[in-house]
Design a protein around this ligand. Structure first.
Ligand code: PEP
Ligand code: MG
Length: 363
């Protein structure tokens, strides 16, 4: 017997074990029915607070799974998968078709396209990028794009052109300071000019946002908020950089702590900056797909949660079982707490109390 939730294989299970697992399967089936019942319902808390749930995708053809999950669009399209495992760069036309396909399929819902984040753990097979001592701190994402403008140009033009066919939003990964934002935006303006001259359509009001995944960006979010239309917090990287914990290193995985008080404060700081500038803020790292974290993120004031499509129904279920007031009380506790373990325990307590069926079927 294979228990995929706990990563266990049981050889020759006893009758008792089979009975216990039979009960778990029944609970799972009941949960799946509950999740199906709310598929088309909004993500709204018991006290009427609306949350936007969107999906993380990696391929233009993922739109069916987004719709099937009940997500209201895409909060993170990781476009680097168009670039890796191939011999040549994708052309502007090929990218345009891919972005257009998903934008058209999900319209009027938003599709948030992240410009590619290559380097770090993902490499372009055909570019001879020298190996680096610290690739995660190296020539990656927006840093690579601003240096390799020809590659970036193809993608920016493709995204701009696709914006004529749906509700496209665009965001830059790994923004560490204002200079990168100015430079990237200047390129966008230049390519808009090209497209106008060529008579190619694009959305003049295309919204551009910044990912907040480097602590320096969170610390200057109040300034950055004046120059972008939205923030998307990439907690996967934000945690690794804020806590100096390599997200791929198992030996230090115990230090990779989403509820570390420093992370809670960085998220709060970003939300406060978004409020001040009247822009929206989402979380698109793995934390957003973790039902135990839903109350904390909503309580801190995050407007949108973007998670892998199979996780979206559970997050919606959780949102619909919470009260904003109790989520805010949890966030308040977390902001004043000195221990990440204690914050996590409080998050678990509220999650289990609010939506026990999400957890008991995995026991
Ligand atoms: C993140 O860092 O949280 C994020 C969403 O980006 P990626 O996981 O692709 O680095
Ligand atoms: Mg990231």
């Amino acid at each position: 017997m294979l228990d995929g939730f706990n990563g266990v294989v049981i050889l020759n299970p006893t009758d008792q074990t089979l009975f216990e697992y039979g009960q778990l399967i029944r609970k799972q089936v009941t949960l799946q029915e509950k999740l199906r019942d709310i598929l088309l319902k909004p993500a709204i808390t018991l006290d009427g607070h609306r949350v936007f749930l969107t999906a993380n995708v990696e391929q233009a053809g993922d739109s069916d799974s987004v719709t099937a999950s009940g997500a209201e669009g895409v909060g993170l399209f990781r476009t680097e998968y168009l670039f890796i495992n191939r011999d040549m760069l994708p052309t502007e036309e090929e990218q345009y078709q891919a972005y257009r396909q998903i934008a058209e399929a999900l319209k009027p819902h938003p599709v948030t396209i992240r410009t590619f984040d290559l380097g770090g753990d993902k490499f372009l097979s055909h570019l001879q990028v020298p190996s680096e001592m610290n690739p995660f701190l190296g020539w990656r994402a927006i840093r690579f794009c601003l240096a390799e403008k020809d590659v970036f140009r193809g993608q920016l033009r493709a995204i701009l052109r696709a914006s004529a066919h749906g509700n496209v939003r665009m965001m830059y990964p790994m923004i560490s300071g204002m200079e990168e934002l100015y430079q990237a935006n200047a390129l966008v303006e230049e390519y808009k000019g090209e497209l106008r001259k060529e008579g190619l359509a694009f959305d003049e009001k295309l919204e551009i946002g910044a990912m907040i995944e480097i602590p320096s960006a969170a610390l200057i979010a109040d300034t950055m908020g004046k120059r972008v239309k939205f923030f998307s917090i990439g907690t996967n990287d934000l945690i690794q950089y804020a806590l100096a914990v390599d997200r791929m290193n198992e030996k230090i995985a115990h230090l990779y702590e989403p509820t570390h008080p420093a992370i809670v404060r960085l998220i709060k700081m970003t939300v406060d900056a978004a409020r001040k500038n009247k822009i929206s803020v989402s979380v698109c790292g793995e934390m957003a797909g973790e039902p135990i974290m839903t109350a904390l993120l909503i309580g801190l004031g995050v407007d949108e949660l973007s998670a892998a499509p199979p996780l979206v129904p559970q997050i919606k279920y959780m949102v619909r079982r919470l009260k904003l007031a109790e989520a805010q009380a949890l966030a308040e506790f977390a902001l004043n707490c000195e221990s990440g373990a204690e914050i996590l325990a409080k998050c678990q307590e509220l999650a289990w109390h609010s939506a026990p069926s999400l957890f008991e079927s995995k026991a």
